[in-house]
Write a protein that binds this ligand. Structure first.
Ligand SMILES: CC(C)(COP(=O)(O)OP(=O)(O)OC[C@H]1O[C@@H](n2cnc3c(N)ncnc32)[C@H](O)[C@@H]1OP(=O)(O)O)[C@@H](O)C(=O)NCCC(=O)NCCS
Length: 193
């Protein structure tokens, strides 16, 4: 693929580029959940229902985080707007501004994780991933629910997330958590003739 550009779906530049032969190769979304709209009981139930135990991740989990990241690196759908950069030891280490939550199987294997960037009272999901063998069991929803509950209790008021519109599982997870989609983006690629 040649050059790409990511634009809000309604941007006037989009029509100009399309007239010039650029084509839409991917679509992505942004969504928001405000703390006063959180349905706490429902989110607690999502954590409790998960097929694994859920807790916040810390320094001692970094090897497990790197391992899960490496085995799922090719699994993110979409294009440049939703790509996931492989973690290294620094970016896999949770901190005050980058919190992480995970779900573990009874044997202790980390099978699901979400990383969230914090800026004051705002939180933005960096990524969420579940081991391929454990998808569709509520583990993606559970770690996202745990992050929202913990961070809201600490004073975060605005939660943002996003992803590819082709990613049905993450769209449904976000809907179930109460996120409202409020942004649509397109990735345009130059049609090299
Ligand atoms: C996206 C992802 C994290 C979801 O985690 P998961 O544990 O499989 O999803 P859950 O079991 O929590 O289910 C979430 C919702 O998606 C639905 N769902 C799960 N897998 C689905 C699938 N393959 N197709 C359609 N819907 C699906 C579930 O039914 C549920 O919706 P519901 O509450 O309305 O029933 C996981 O599929 C994954 O790791 N994908 C690869 C990485 C990725 O794309 N991450 C997101 C971008 S950062």
């Amino acid at each position: 693929m040649g050059k790409t550009i990511v634009l809000p779906a309604q941007a006037s530049l989009r029509a100009e580029l399309e007239a010039d032969g650029w084509v839409v190769v991917a679509r992505s979304f942004g969504a928001q959940l405000n703390s006063d709209s959180i349905h706490e009981q429902r989110l607690h139930a999502m954590v409790a229902r998960a097929d694994g135990s859920v807790r916040e991740l810390g320094d001692a989990d970094v090897d497990a985080v790197l391992n899960l990241d490496a085995t799922t690196i090719a699994d993110y759908p979409g294009s440049v707007a939703t790509q996931h950069t492989p973690l290294d030891r620094r970016t896999a280490t949770p901190s005050v501004s980058r919190r992480a939550f995970g779900a573990f199987r009874p044997g202790g294997d980390l099978v699901s994780m979400t990383f969230v960037d914090i800026d004051g009272v705002e939180a933005e999901t960096h990524f969420t991933v579940v081991h391929r063998a454990w998808r569709g069991r509520g583990l993606g929803i559970a770690v996202k629910a745990a992050s929202v509950l913990t961070l809201a209790a600490e004073g975060v008021t605005r939660f943002r997330t996003g992803g590819s519109v082709d990613n049905v599982a993450i769209l449904r997870a976000n809907d179930a958590l109460g996120y409202v989609r409020d942004e649509e983006w397109v990735t345009l690629a130059q049609n090299v003739r």
